[in-house]
Design a binder for this molecule. Sequence first.
Ligand code: 5RP
Length: 221
Amino acid sequence: MSPQDELKRAVARAAVPFVPAHAVIGVGTGSTVDCFIDALGEAGVQLAGAVSSSERSTAKLRALGVPILDCNDVDSLPVYIDGADEIDPGFSMIKGGGAALTREKIVAAISTTFVCIADASKRVPVLGRFPLPVEVIPMARRQVMRQLAELGGEPVWREGVLTDNGNLIIDVRGLTIDDPRATEARINQIAGVVTNGLFAARGADVLLLGTADGVQRLDRP
Ligand code: 5RP
């Protein structure tokens, strides 16, 4: 196992105490979340259920015997556990490397506490080195890419990938995102964009950061 995988497992285990007993929780997507689901199983946590952000996480949770609830049957969730591709000092994030950004944003929106689990490589001073994923309705691909280029980015179609919602992903390279809220809102205004992977209007509340010196807990400034 690589040192980065070890850090993912460590932050995943550190997130388990944030899960209230017999609760319904929100579960994100990705390799770090896979470790979190494994950690739930190892700790023997009994959940009333989960609202999942992807088919990938749903399959893993079901294998553990966790009931999966429809988001429309839930008003709020006490906690949402998810990873990130980048997180900045204000706890805004880029997410969507695993193409699950839209469902992640929906589940995060009904959650009281967003716990981000990430290895130290994800912490950055300014967002944008990781290409920003944008979920796009297929018929709008060409015109959305043109408008993203006009904003100063270099849009690249993630060919061969369809989201769980049947849409496309455009990754935007070369953006320096020093106002994440404004950029999130601006890109979401483009017709044909479902949402983009900036989580700034609803960022993380708690960051569990895996470092060589152990897991650090940081709270939103
Ligand atoms: C998926 C995501 C993930 O949280 C993000 O890509 C981080 O993934 P990983 O834990 O595999 O590094 O946003 O859409």
